[in-house]
Design a protein around this ligand. Structure first.
Ligand SMILES: [Zn+2]
Length: 227
């Protein structure tokens, strides 16, 4: 009889996904998860630890430079967690192998939109591989873009997850639970066909409920329902 260790990442892989609108507390939840896992590991005598503390490692997409936290995951309430900023999935996987990382925490995962030659998101393929290498993966990201459509690989990662944490924020207009991210350009709602990701833009974002969420119809197509 095989007795499975209760320690995540020890002998069975798993995927936890944390999603929600902006300001819903995703980074805070990711940092809290890191602290809980490290505390679980470090309270054990060294000889009984399933892996060292250094095998729990955080990463984030390098595009997220908010609050000047280039080398850290920074939550809206000011907590920080050192994280390796990366832009390519292969760089993440190389680091995981080099350091034998057993618990992989990744923030702003929606930005990993690159696909492989098979047509799958590279991140989805790599996460699948890491789960089957018995690693514990914890991913946080925006589930929807500013239009309310699935953001990059997040929908597929949610479908694969063992544990799905869906967080809500508070609507900036009416105070109701917010599941949407409102994009404002110059203080006005963005058009449906505005580019999804604009590096260095001065857009602002706020959480909103469905009722208050505004997307201006595409300039040419006249309707947000047109693709
Ligand atoms: Zn509202």
């Amino acid at each position: 009889m095989v007795i499975r260790s209760p320690w995540p990442g020890r002998d069975v892989g798993r995927l936890d996904v944390i999603v929600g609108a902006m300001f819903s507390g995703k980074s805070t939840a990711l940092i809290r998860t890191y602290e809980m896992i490290v505390e679980q590991v470090t309270t054990l005598p060294v000889t009984l630890r399933p892996y060292p503390k250094t095998a729990v490692r955080a990463y984030k997409h390098a595009r997220d430079g908010r609050y000047g936290g280039d080398g850290a995951i920074v939550s809206h309430d000011g907590k920080t967690l050192p994280a390796l900023p990366i832009t390519e999935v292969c760089r993440l996987y190389d680091d995981v192998l080099q350091n034998d990382v057993r618990v992989v925490l990744l923030d702003e995962a929606q930005f990993f939109i690159e696909k492989s030659s098979s047509g799958m998101y590279q991140l989805v393929e790599t996460v699948y591989r890491m789960i089957h290498e018995n690693r514990h993966i914890v991913i946080a990201g925006l589930d929807q873009d500013f239009r309310g459509l699935p953001f990059g690989p997040m929908g597929e990662l949610l479908a694969m997850a063992d544990v799905k944490n869906v967080l809500t924020a508070q609507c900036a207009v009416c105070g109701a639970p917010a599941t949407q991210t409102q994009r404002l350009i110059g203080g006005k709602p963005a058009y449906f066909d505005d580019p999804l990701i604009v590096v260095g833009s001065s857009d602002t974002y706020e959480p909103r409920c469905r009722r208050c969420h505004e997307v201006v119809p595409a300039r040419e197509q006249k309707t947000p329902a047109s693709f």
